[in-house]
Ligand binder design. Structure first.
Ligand SMILES: Cc1cc2nc3c(=O)[nH]c(=O)nc-3n(C[C@H](O)[C@H](O)[C@H](O)COP(=O)(O)OP(=O)(O)OC[C@H]3O[C@@H](n4cnc5c(N)ncnc54)[C@H](O)[C@@H]3O)c2cc1C
Length: 464
């Protein structure tokens, strides 16, 4: 329980305007984009690294839990305060401090919106490549904590490849600078990469030095239409085998195409069993040549047609289709559970087929789409949590999807993290020794277990 004295001290640290504990405010901070919920006892919006540090020191003195939160778009329950205590929202720290065009990095605060960072870099003809489909709302701090992926992961990598250095506040309340803005840095343990993807369990990120790259001169976007879903899945590896690494290679199945079309009315082919959305980029001649090669590979693999976006408006429409996939599917049923089990790219056809079989066997609707070039599909289970029988079948189907991915040499999570949602399955992938090592790292940095407890099986209960 958060004591009266702790609440008073929290209010003094952040100021009364940035401290909340009314029931309405607590409920608003009890959700993320999963179906889980956990109520905090208070919510604070710190305005400086000093305030963040003071909150963590108080948490150790008074032994209450602190759960960091960005925009709350997480898909694994990471920002839910499953042990009660305080939700610490980092969105007041939202400045884009600097775009350094000589050494190619940006300095940003954790509450900056991902798309705002990308736009700021773009004004200098620079690219910040990580682009989760949530980029218009997600925060850079949340992306760092989750090691978020996105639509450009295939060619450019994910968030961890673009974090050069960090300022964090440790669970004990000390400010720490990790990493360097130099191209190379091998000084000691790589603490920067330990924090990236730690889901807010090892430190609170208060400043980020993000690597930038030159903006590609030209892009070619394509829509390949398939009458057979297996042909589409096979084409993914065939494109890479042909020697082209597209910037983006996304897959949408029949159910997703129609959900998007119902919602967005983009003009997608409703009859298609699957489509691939593909983009090549780089110098104009190279991007065009690669696009020609992609078209040829798609046709060799029985694409019915491949349409190239003729202008920026058409290109934007195509990517709207992909970015709108989850929200479009979510309109179909009351409860949506989006998964991100990931397999080696060559096993995408097995994964697509396996998910379809699981859906049929359990009589569950599963839309499937995602970053096929990364082997990272998003089987999206559409159900109703109030229908106990159907929901039980949905949960069984999800468990089988995890086992399928692992049996194909894959992983439980390509980008959304473990958090609360996947904690019960973590052991299946990392085993007891892996878990023990992770727990000893957590204990070393957070001896009182005050920072985001209850996540990733690192400690006690799973939450509700
Ligand atoms: C429609 C939609 C599309 C999405 N598409 C993608 C996608 O393509 N790729 C992808 O990877 N994800 C995607 N996501 C998931 C989500 O947007 C990402 O995980 C994102 O990184 C979360 O950012 P956030 O600011 O919302 O963080 P939150 O959800 O608030 O928090 C996520 C985790 O980060 C921790 N955290 C937040 N800020 C800090 C901080 N400053 N210091 C320490 N820990 C912190 C929290 O404790 C929590 O564990 C999508 C989500 C939605 C709803």
């Amino acid at each position: 329980m958060l004591t009266h004295s702790a609440k008073t001290k929290l209010r003094e640290i952040v100021g009364p305007a940035h401290y909340f504990d009314s029931p309405e405010d607590l409920i608003c901070h009890s959700y993320d984009a999963t179906l889980y919920q956990a109520l905090p006892e208070a919510v604070v919006y710190p305005g400086s690294v000093e305030e963040v540090a003071a909150i963590m020191r108080l948490a150790n003195d008074e032994r209450f839990a602190v759960t960091p939160r960005g925009a709350g778009t997480g898909l694994s329950g990471g920002s839910l305060p499953v042990a009660g205590g305080v939700v610490m929202v980092l969105t007041r720290l939202n400045r884009i401090v600097q775009i350094n065009t000589d050494d190619l990095y940006a300095i940003v605060e954790p509450g900056a919106i991902t798309a705002d960072l990308a736009a700021a870099a773009g004004r200098h003809r620079l690219l910040y490549p990580p682009d989760p489909a949530s980029q218009s709302v997600s925060t850079v701090g949340g992306n760092v904590a989750e090691n978020a992926g996105g639509l450009r992961g295939l060619k450019y990598g994910v968030t961890k490849h673009y974090v050069l250095a960090l300022e964090i506040v440790t669970p004990l309340g000390e400010a720490l600078h990790t990493g360097s803005t130099t191209v190379k840095c091998v000084t000691g343990y790589d603490l920067t990469q330990l924090i990236v993807g730690c889901e807010g369990t090892l430190g609170v990120v208060t400043k980020i030095w993000c690597k930038l790259v030159p903006m590609p001169e030209h892009k070619e976007s394509m829509l390949a239409i398939f009458a057979d879903v297996d042909d589409a899945a096979r084409t993914v590896a065939a494109i890479i085998r042909s020697g082209v690494i597209p910037a983006t290679l996304e897959f949408l199945d029949h159910a997703t195409i129609n959900a998007v079309e119902d919602f967005k009315k983009i003009g997608l082919p409703r009859q298609a069993e699957a489509i691939l959305l593909i983009e090549t980029d780089g110098r104009k001649a190279a991007a065009q040549a690669e696009a020609e090669q992609v078209v040829a590979v798609c046709c060799e693999n029985r694409a019915q047609s491949v349409q190239k976006a003729a202008n920026e408006a058409e290109r934007t429409k195509l990517w709207q289709a992909r970015r709108g996939a989850l929200s479009s599917l979510a309109r179909l049923r009351p409860t949506t559970i989006l998964e991100d089990a990931t397999v080696p790219r060559s096993r995408v056809p097995d994964m697509v087929r396996g998910v379809r079989e699981i859906a049929q066997r359990h009589r569950i609707t599963i839309g499937n789409f995602g970053h096929a070039g990364d082997g990272n599909l998003h089987p999206t289970v559409l159900t109703d949590v109030r229908d106990k029988d159907e929901f039980a079948r949905a949960e069984k189907a999800i468990e089988e999807i995890f086992d399928l991915a692992l049996s194909l040499g894959g992983t439980l999570s390509g980008e959304h993290g473990i958090g609360t949602a996947k904690a019960p399955f973590l052991m299946r992938e990392i085993g007891q020794v892996g878990l023990d090592v992770m727990r000893s790292i957590k204990r070393a940095l957070d001896p009182n277990n005050v920072l985001n407890p209850g996540k990733m099986l690192l400690d006690g209960p799973r939450g509700t």
